[in-house]
Ligand binder design. Structure first.
Ligand SMILES: C[S@@+](CC[C@H](N)C(=O)[O-])C[C@H]1O[C@@H](n2cnc3c(N)ncnc32)[C@H](O)[C@@H]1O
Ligand code: SF4
Ligand code: SF4
Length: 373
């Protein structure tokens, strides 16, 4: 019965997208939820700006009551991602929550720093590899660079990743490892992009994700956490350089060479609108630049906002538990859909979406300075 409802909801969503409806009866297919604000990395990683600000007060875990209030949105989705500004594996009941979602028929995903991924957790995750995937943040290909940004044990991280892949190969031999490895390309690690991609391939990841350093709207941020002077503005590459790196990587087919017993490594570029999270939302035959506002909602109760995509760091509203439905069909969301259905990148996104590939591409095409993507 549950599957029948799920299929009906999917059909309704497809119908509404094809009709380019701006007010929706269907609910988001993908919901991101922030389950914790806590992190085991102290002091924080250099680029994790919020956690480095002296005024920042680290939130705790999302309470059971709050979780219950959002549950209908989560359990009705096709996929739920944890999107914590924190470390999901630091939440003691994180794995049971994943299981509750899976029991409701939801595919789950999350991003982790990988440092708490012990053998037991790895086994739990890979045994559920059919309906779960995870992303682990490396941001380096050497111990020195990893230390400069994370101040943590590179060998331990690699051992945890290898342990996960080995546990996976035992539990699901011949299946792709549901693992993405992520690398934020910055001035200080730019030279490690290709070594990182080789490492990701050797480690057995299914996907390697190259990401741009987000424009978080703060200028002049610096940190000196691990003996490396980190200057956010200087670390951020001009958009053209991200594009040059992409061209360089695309011209190296050996990075996607066949691997024994595995598919070749897939490489994704988060700054490219045709290759990014926006492309993941696309529907065949629907010529709309971005379908996020029809299919997705990011609920961040701990930081007090709801956002229509992964790139907008400014919310469309605050997530009062009774108002998620109102937000979904509220003024901002319907406005975004209205502009997008006419092929325009919405004014709201042009103003606040400094990390969005479509905004970056439009600004670059208009000759506007996009030195800080
Ligand atoms: C905020 S972290 C939370 C999950 C986990 N603690 C981790 O570090 O993977 C989620 C993702 O955002 C990335 N991230 C953090 N700060 C960023 C920034 N300023 N620009 C781009 N990506 C960033 C991290 O590398 C990580 O892949
Ligand atoms: S591990 Fe993740 S949440 Fe923690 S400080 Fe680093 S980037 Fe931020
Ligand atoms: S900022 Fe706007 S156009 Fe860009 S991904 Fe988000 S909703 Fe889509």
């Amino acid at each position: 019965m549950r599957d029948v409802w799920r299929a009906a909801r999917r059909l309704l969503r497809r119908f509404e997208i094809r009709r380019r409806r701006v007010r929706l009866l269907s609910r988001p297919a993908v919901v991101n939820i922030e389950l914790t604000g806590r992190c085991n990395v102290k002091p924080a990683c250099t680029f994790c700006v919020g956690k480095n600000l002296p005024t920042y007060h680290e939130p705790g875990h999302l309470s059971e009551e709050q979780l219950a209030s959002f549950w209908p949105w989560l359990s009705g989705a096709e996929r739920v991602n944890d999107c914590s500004y924190g470390e999901p594996l630091a939440r003691p009941d994180f794995l049971p929550i994943l299981d509750r979602l899976r029991a409701a028929g939801v595919f789950v995903g999350f991003t982790s720093n990988g440092l708490l991924l012990n053998e037991q957790k790895a086994r739990f995750l890979v045994e559920r590899g059919e309906t779960l995937d995870l992303c682990i943040s490396l941001n380096a290909a050497t111990r020195e660079t990893y230390w400069a940004h994370h101040g943590q044990d590179w060998e331990k991280l690699l051992a945890n990743v290898r342990g996960l892949v080995a546990a996976h190969d035992r539990a699901r031999p011949g299946q792709p490892v549901p693992l993405m490895l992520s690398f934020i390309v910055m001035q200080s690690n730019r030279h490690e992009v290709v070594p990182f991609l080789r490492l990701a391939s050797d480690l057995g990841a299914r996907v390697a994700l190259l990401r741009h350093l987000f424009d978080i709207g703060i200028r002049g941020f610096t940190a000196n956490n691990f003996g490396h002077h980190f200057d956010y503005d200087a670390e951020t590459l001009p958009f053209a350089e991200y594009q040059a790196i992409e061209a360089e990587v695309r011209a190296m087919p050996e990075l996607r060479a066949p691997r024994a017993g595995r598919e070749p490594l897939a490489i994704a570029f988060a700054w490219n609108g045709r290759d990014s999270f926006i492309a993941e939302q696309a529907e065949p035959g629907v010529d709309v630049p971005c379908l996020f506002p029809w299919k997705f909602l990011s609920i961040r109760p701990l930081h007090g906002f709801v956002a229509p995509c992964v790139y907008l760091k400014r919310g469309v509203a605050t997530p009062q538990e009774t108002t998620v439905a109102q937000i979904w069909n509220g003024q901002v969301m319907t406005g975004l859909r209205r502009e997008l259905k006419h092929g325009r990148v919405p004014a709201f996104c042009m103003e606040h979406g400094n990390c969005c590939p479509l905004v970056l591409e439009q600004r670059a095409a208009a000759g506007a300075p996009v030195a800080v993507p």
